[in-house]
Design a protein around this ligand. Structure first.
Ligand code: ATP
Ligand code: MG
Length: 356
C-alpha cells in the first residue's frame, strides 16, 4: 500500500481553477490504481486569507506543512496584495524552511504544439535552478537622502555549500538519465565575486566527481540567444536563482507557453516536503473564465508522484497529456483551441482510464 499525505494550496486566480483539474486526475488514479491512497488536505492560504487575517498563512503554517509528504501548490498573486507579500510570506518561507534548494523545470516539445522555434527537432532538456540563496535575498536596503537622491543595495549571497548541492543535484540527474552534458549559466566577467565563486566550484565539482560529463559554461546573455537559436543542443542546464528563473520562463516560451510548464521545488534529501507548482502565476487577465490551461498544474502533480517514488503513475499522467495533445481535439485558448479548463482536465482523465 502506498499512502501519502498531500497538502493542497490552490492559492489565487487560475490557481484555484487548474488545481481542481489536477485533483480530478489524481482521483482518477486513486480509483483505478490498487493500494494507492492520497490523503489530501486543502489549505486556503491565499490573498483573500491575507486580507482577512493580515498574513498569508497561520503562524504555525510551516509546522503544519512539515508533516506532509508533499505540497501541491497552484498560484498566488492578486492586485489587492503587494507581490512582495505574497512571495516573501508564502512561497519563499516554504522554499527556504524546507530546504527546497532545487527548482526543477523540464522543457520539452509536446505533440501537436507548434513552438515558435520548432524546426522538426525535439527540444528536451531540464533546468536546475538554485532555489534557496543567490540573487533572491532580502539582504540589503535603501539609503534615503531625498526623493531625488536615493540608493539601493541588493546583496547576492552565494556559498560553497549552496553551489555544491545544486550542481551535484544537476549532475546526479544527468548521470541517472543518460545525459552527457551540463550547461552552467554564468556572468563572471561582470559579476566578479558571486559568479566567479559559482564558476570555480562548478568546474571543480564536475572535474573531480563527474568525469563522464561534459561541462559547458556560457555567459547568460549568450545563453539566452542559444536557447532561441539551438534549444535542441541542451540537456541539463544549471543556473543561479535569478538566471534560472529567467531561463525557465524562456524555456517555457520556446516549447509552447506557460500553460504547459510544470515545476518542482525539491528537497532532494527528502528530509522535508517538496513543493510542486506550475511555472505560471495567477493570471488575473483570464481568472474566473474557466479557460486556463490546466496542463502545467497536472504535469506538476506528475512530478510530485515521481518524487514520491511512483514514476509509473507520473508516466501515466504524462502519456495522457501527450495523447490528448496529439489528438488535438481538446485545446485551451493558449494553445489555439476553445476548450475549457474542465474539458481539458476531463480529457486527460479519460486518457488515464484508457491505460488501465
Ligand atoms: P504572477 O505575478 O502571479 O506571476 P503574471 O501576470 O506575472 O502573474 P502569469 O500569471 O504567469 O503572469 O501570466 C502571464 C500570461 O500568461 C498571462 O497573459 C496569462 O493569461 C497567461 N497564462 C498563464 N498561465 C496560463 C494558463 N495556465 N493557461 C492559459 N494562459 C496562461
Ligand atoms: Mg509571473
Amino acid at each position: 500500500m502506498t499512502e501519502f499525505k498531500i497538502a493542497v494550496i490552490p492559492g489565487d486566480g487560475i490557481g484555484v481553477e487548474v488545481m481542481e483539474e489536477a485533483l480530478k486526475v489524481l482521483s482518477v488514479l486513486e480509483e483505478h490504481e490498487q493500494n494507492f491512497v492520497l490523503h489530501k488536505e486543502n489549505f486556503e492560504w491565499s490573498s483573500d486569507y491575507y486580507l482577512e487575517h493580515g498574513r498569508m498563512m497561520p503562524e504555525d503554517g510551516l509546522v503544519t506543512l512539515q508533516s506532509y509528504n508533499a505540497i501541491l501548490f497552484g498560484a498566488i498573486g492578486d492586485a489587492r496584495v503587494p507581490d512582495d507579500i505574497t512571495i516573501w510570506e508564502l512561497i519563499m518561507p516554504i522554499r527556504k524552511q524546507f530546504q527546497q534548494y532545487v527548482n526543477f523545470r523540464p522543457v520539452k516539445s509536446l505533440p501537436g504544439i507548434t513552438s515558435p522555434l520548432s524546426n522538426g527537432d525535439d527540444i528536451d532538456f531540464v533546468i536546475f535552478r538554485e532555489n534557496a540563496e543567490g540573487e533572491y535575498s532580502n539582504s540589503g536596503g535603501r539609503m534615503f537622502e531625498s526623493q531625488q537622491s536615493e540608493m539601493a543595495i541588493q546583496n547576492t549571497i552565494m556559498t560553497t555549500a549552496g553551489i555544491e548541492r545544486i550542481v551535484k543535484a544537476a549532475c546526479e540527474y544527468a548521470e541517472k538519465n543518460g545525459k552527457k552534458k551540463v550547461t552552467s549559466a554564468t556572468k563572471s566577467n561582470a559579476i566578479i565575486h558571486s559568479m566567479k565563486l559559482w564558476d570555480e566550484h562548478v568546474k571543480r565539482i564536475v572535474k573531480n566527481e563527474y568525469q563522464n560529463l561534459i561541462l559547458e559554461s556560457i555567459y547568460i546573455d549568450a545563453l539566452v540567444a542559444y536557447f532561441v537559436q539551438r534549444p535542441q543542443s541542451f540537456e541539463v542546464v544549471v543556473a543561479s536563482n535569478l538566471f534560472g528563473d529567467i531561463l525557465s520562463d524562456l524555456g517555457s516560451g520556446i516549447v509552447g507557453g506557460l500553460g504547459l510548464s510544470p515545476s518542482a521545488n525539491i528537497n532532494p534529501e527528502k528530509q522535508f516536503p517538496s513543493m510542486f507548482e506550475p511555472v505560471h502565476g495567477s493570471a488575473p487577465d483570464i481568472a474566473g473564465k474557466g479557460i486556463a490551461n490546466p496542463i502545467a498544474q497536472i504535469w506538476s502533480a506528475a512530478l510530485m508522484l515521481d518524487h514520491l517514488g511512483r514514476e509509473d503513475l507520473s508516466t501515466k499522467i504524462i502519456n495522457a497529456i501527450e495523447l490528448v495533445l496529439l489528438e488535438g481535439k481538446i485545446k485551451t485558448a493558449d494553445i489555439g483551441g476553445n476548450a475549457t479548463t474542465a474539458q481539458m482536465g476531463s480529457a486527460i482523465s479519460a486518457k488515464i482510464i484508457e491505460q488501465y
